[in-house]
Design a protein around this ligand. Structure first.
Ligand code: BTN
Length: 321
């Protein structure tokens, strides 16, 4: 049973990005305006940044990621049942691996942070995250799959993210781990694994989502290469709703995959939203690059390319394009 404070919080969140009047909250909850006001003061004391906008009512300054709000909306049975929400952290992937190594978190645990101070990208790269403007999220999985299939979880995550957006026509998967809009990066995915030759101990699939970054928030050298959901949708994004929809999609695809071992449903989503199939691309290896034509994503999640001068297709398992 949620408290008055939690119910008031939920009203402000559901109204976001619009304000909600104290009068409306008081009549919906059948409590006095003073009780609403007191609940707002308590929420502010807890660190929620809520603006009072005259007669329009109450509105988040920057919408917070909140464990209470997430738990209120999560309808999953495995993914996110164990939920760790941090205001700031070094890296959700690093923390997830530390906790999984010590068996302190289990299958389906989700770690989320509003900010990371040492976020990691693929191939030793860094990743930028900014408080209130990005979501950093890692999921711990313990699937009974051959380790060679773990990389498919990157594409499962990409499909879950795209499927969870209400309007996703312009959102594409740049194989293997980027989500882009008009060639600009919206999300990056980093999948890491602890395994033996034939047994997975755990996989951590992490995603960084640019939610509320505006053009001026990006460093100059990145603004031509990156974008955000707020730029795409022309309005601020409420993160808890986005996260709960995303985890729901992820769970549906994941439970189906581990039961059937059939990746077709999520690979089909990635194929449909592919930014590379049908395109000429460069395969990057160190300082070298090789021209290729991207033809298809096969059932192992490999990109099949046609190299210049060759008729057979060459599978590319992982790497940079
Ligand atoms: C890339 O584009 O190279 C992948 C970026 C992955 C960033 C996410 S944010 C959540 C998780 N924690 C990390 O340190 N990295 C991933």
């Amino acid at each position: 049973m949620s408290t008055t404070k939690e119910k008031v919080l939920s009203f402000i969140q559901k109204a976001y990005p619009n304000p909600i009047s104290g009068q409306l909250i008081s009549s919906e909850l059948a409590i006095s305006r003073t009780a609403v006001w007191k609940a707002i003061q308590r929420l502010k004391e807890e660190g929620y940044e809520i603006d009072s906008i005259g007669r329009s009512g109450y509105q988040f300054k920057e919408p917070p990621i909140s464990k209470a709000l997430l738990q209120d909306q999560l309808t999953t049975t495995l993914i996110g049942k164990e939920l760790l929400v941090f205001p700031t952290i070094s890296s959700t992937n690093t923390k997830a691996k530390e906790l999984a190594d010590q068996a302190l978190i289990g299958d389906g645990a989700v770690l989320i942070s509003e900010e990371q101070t040492a976020a990691r990208g693929r191939i030793g790269r860094t990743w930028n995250s900014l408080k209130g403007k990005t979501i950093s999220l890692s999921i711990v999985l313990k699937p009974d799959l051959q380790p060679a299939k773990a990389s498919l979880l990157t594409q499962l995550m990409a499909a879950a993210f795209i499927n969870s957006l209400p309007e996703n026509d312009s959102v594409k998967v740049k194989w293997p781990n980027d989500i882009v809009v008009n060639g600009k990066k919206l999300c990056g995915i980093l999948t890491e694994m602890s395994s033996e030759l034939t047994k997975i101990h755990y996989v951590v699939v992490g995603i960084g989502i640019n939610t509320n970054l505006l053009v001026e928030d990006f460093p100059e050298d990145i603004s031509s290469k990156a974008t955000s959901l707020a730029i795409l949708q022309n309005q601020k994004i409420e993160p808890n709703h986005l996260i709960s929809q995303f985890l729901k999609e992820f769970e549906t695809l994941y439970l189906n995959f581990i039961e059937s071992e059939d990746p077709t449903p999520f690979l089909d989503s990635c194929r449909k939203a592919s930014a590379v199939i049908g395109q000429d691309i460069y395969l990057l290896k160190g300082n070298e690059r090789q021209l290729a034509h991207a033809v298809e994503i096969d059932d192992e999640g490999q990109l099949l390319v046609q190299l210049a001068g060759e008729t057979d297709l060459t599978p590319v398992f992982a790497g940079e394009i």
